[in-house]
Design a protein around this ligand. Structure first.
Ligand code: DTR
Ligand code: ZN
Ligand code: ZN
Length: 315
């Protein structure tokens, strides 16, 4: 199922234009699609404030936010409280992995066509060896701030918006698999697209765009082209994050990534800055993945790209 976005040039649009020119009208034509509401800027200071909360939670709970540990549940409680206060309809899904209880948090923004659902998600769990601020506090904080911005601006999109924070991704995409496998086929078919954000603030960042669904990919590439930032196709993560269960189920997917343990090349450093010959995130899955392990510019750009895509694809 390919995601279509109003206003895209299609053969039908060409035929309609010719008809309009020759007859002055288009029989049965729908009104011209509205231009997408302009996405607001996502305040990076707000995103960083969520990261500070995740850091404090890890510090207060044995140094991590891993599946089955107190730090994960405290992270989920923090995110859920913010969303409940903002007017979202939240649902907590429970599952078991490795004999330990895990949770997904799903937040629906009331309104929009529930037969066309746009989802944005990130995994909220980290590894046991550290606080997991880039992996994946960065994605979780940006998705949270995008949801709160929807509420703050009272955005009323055509499509229905749903946000998700997955549990136990580090144990093999357990939470997102649980969610997708428990969808009825009707509810699965209602999901028009799933956007994934896993590691979007790497300290030596690259700007990678998933190349799964072409419409979603183009939406992200259009954003970065608009701010003059070159992007590359994301090749490291096929099947390695929470978009994979959605893709396997036939849902159009896309997402953003700033890099993990692979090394930045000289050519990449020339276009993006940073340090060639060094990995994109030297603290990947390590105890040093703290709030100091974040590049603010990358977090800012990817948060704004997230908001742009949510607004564009849900309009
Ligand atoms: N699955 C992520 C790490 C990861 C590695 N490569 C990619 C590419 C795209 C998204 C994620 C990743 C983790 O949580 O470890
Ligand atoms: Zn990880
Ligand atoms: Zn991750």
């Amino acid at each position: 199922m390919k995601l279509s976005v109003p206003g895209r040039t299609t053969a039908a649009a060409v035929v309609a234009a010719v008809t309009l020119l020759t007859t002055g009208s288009i029989a049965g034509a729908a009104p011209a699609p509205e231009a997408a509401a302009a996405a607001p800027d996502l305040p990076v200071a707000n995103v960083k404030a969520h990261l500070t909360q995740f850091q404090s939670i890890a510090t207060a709970n044995g140094g991590n936010r891993a599946h089955g540990r107190a730090g994960f549940k405290a992270s989920l409680d923090y995110v859920k409280a913010k969303l409940d206060a903002a007017g979202f309809t939240t649902t907590v899904q429970q599952f078991t992995s490795g004999g330990l209880t895990g949770y997904n948090l799903i937040a629906d923004w009331p309104g929009g066509d529930t037969n066309q659902v746009i989802m944005a998600g990130s995994h909220l769990d980290g590894v046991t060896s550290g606080p997991g601020i880039n992996d994946n506090g960065s994605g979780s904080a940006a998705v949270l701030e995008a949801a709160l911005t929807v509420a703050r601006t009272n955005y009323q999109p055509t499509k229905h918006l749903r946000f998700a924070w997955w549990g136990a991704e580090e144990r093999g995409l357990v939470g997102s698999n649980h969610y997708v496998s428990n969808l009825s086929s009707a509810n699965r078919d209602r999901i028009s697209g799933y956007l994934n954000f896993d590691m979007i603030g790497s300290p030596n960042p690259g700007y990678f765009v998933y190349d799964d669904d072409p419409t979603i990919e183009k939406t992200f590439k259009d954003y970065f082209a608009g701010i003059g930032v070159a992007t590359e196709i994301e090749t490291e993560g096929d099947g390695r994050s929470d978009h994979a269960p959605f893709k396997s189920a036939g849902v159009p997917v896309g997402g953003l990534f700033t890099g993990a343990s692979r090394t930045k090349s000289a050519a990449q450093a020339a276009k993006w800055g940073g340090t060639a010959g060094q990995s994109f995130d030297r603290c990947y899955h390590s105890s040093c993945d703290t709030t100091s392990n974040i590049n603010d510019t990358a977090l800012d750009r990817n948060g704004d790209a997230l908001a742009y895509a949510v607004w564009e694809l849900s309009s």
